[in-house]
Design a protein around this ligand. Structure first.
Ligand code: PEP
Ligand code: MN
Length: 328
């Protein structure tokens, strides 16, 4: 596969015609603010060198990878003035599973910002396994989330569930989350990619690394500014813990591939007393931050109460986690 990057002044129609005349089938996309063509599989074989002198062509990259855009992403990414990546201090993303009320999110935001949390999380649209479970307060909750984050100097992140809503969501949040249930929802990935925002991509319950990385490629191909991968545990056959945190996947993606990776120990283990060790393991493996569920009153939580930490419990985790991230 070839990626052909156009110059700023190129006439894309002229460049396309020149490439098509040489037997290439193309798909146009933009990446990193640059217009590009990707050669499709039924194109004739040409080398990068044969194309470099073409009209409007700035660079030609030859790749055998099925995820060239994920590969080209810098190992360090910036999301709303926070930098994630190796050598940077770990990023904490914390907040309740769902935004339950204006008061709840403001209360927890004040406590989390005092702990140095960079991003306030909270679902406005909750993709629940049961139709009877709390589904989120929708757009109203987006306003509460944004206002609480802004009032306490944090960025905010929430999950996109429906492609029809995402254009509106982008006015409220800095970072869009794709949840585990939607990792394979290619129509949603396309819509979210087209927003050109940073995206946090959770791993599907049973997704292979190839499927997960390909979902990241989808987002970048459709225009996402950046993709951070979030390991949140995969299905296993033992009901003792909610999921199985794949620490090997964190190490492979972060240390071998050099991709930005965070982990979510809360959904991985499903119980608050094991959030610390799982977070520690993920950071030791190379995660550049953690997403943690924190609720001001976990006993009253409308979703995922058993895995939610109190703000004071998060406070007790952070020094150890910071130390592990520093000494890695
Ligand atoms: C969440 O983070 O609120 C969530 C629903 O997580 P996941 O998609 O990993 O289940
Ligand atoms: Mn949750």
């Amino acid at each position: 596969m070839l990626i052909i990057e156009l110059t700023q002044t190129a006439d894309p129609r002229e460049t396309r015609a020149w490439l098509v005349a040489r037997g290439l089938w193309l798909r146009e996309f933009s990446h990193d603010g640059k217009r590009c063509f990707l050669t499709l599989e039924h194109s004739i074989q040409v080398s990068a060198a044969q194309l470099r002198s073409g009209p409007g062509i700035a660079a030609v990259l030859e790749t055998a990878s099925f995820h060239p855009l994920v590969d080209r992403q810098p190992t360090t990414v910036r999301v709303a003035n926070h930098v994630l990546g190796p050598g940077e201090p770990p990023i904490w993303i914390a907040g309740p599973c769902g935004v339950e009320s204006e008061q709840q999110i403001h209360t927890v935001a004040a406590q989390l910002s005092a702990l140095g949390v960079s991003f306030l999380r909270g679902g406005a649209f909750k993709p629940r396994t049961s139709p009877y479970a709390f589904q989120g307060h929708g757009f109203e909750a987006l306003v509460w989330l944004r206002d609480a984050a802004r009032a306490h100097g944090m960025g905010c992140i929430t999950e996109a569930v429906d492609g029809a809503d995402v254009q509106h969501m982008v006015n409220y949040v800095d970072w869009i989350q794709i949840g585990a249930r939607n990792m394979y929802n290619y129509a949603l990935l396309k819509k979210v990619g087209q927003l050109r925002t940073p995206v946090l991509l959770k791993r599907g319950f049973s997704a292979t690394l190839e499927e997960w990385i390909s979902a990241g490629e989808y987002l970048l191909f459709h225009g996402a500014e950046s993709v951070v991968f979030c390991e949140r545990g995969i299905r296993h056959n033992d009901p003792s813990t909610r999921n199985l945190l794949d620490v090997g996947a964190v190490a492979l993606l972060s240390q071998i591939h050099g991709f930005p990776v965070v982990a979510d120990p809360s959904h991985a283990v499903g119980r608050r007393d094991l959030v610390y060790p799982l977070g520690a393991a993920a950071l030791a493996a190379g995660a550049c931050g953690l997403m943690v569920e924190v609720h001001p009153d976990p006993g009253q939580a409308l979703s995922d109460g058993p895995q939610a930490l109190l703000p004071s419990e998060l406070a007790a985790c952070l020094p150890g986690w910071t130390q592990i991230a520093r000494t890695r």
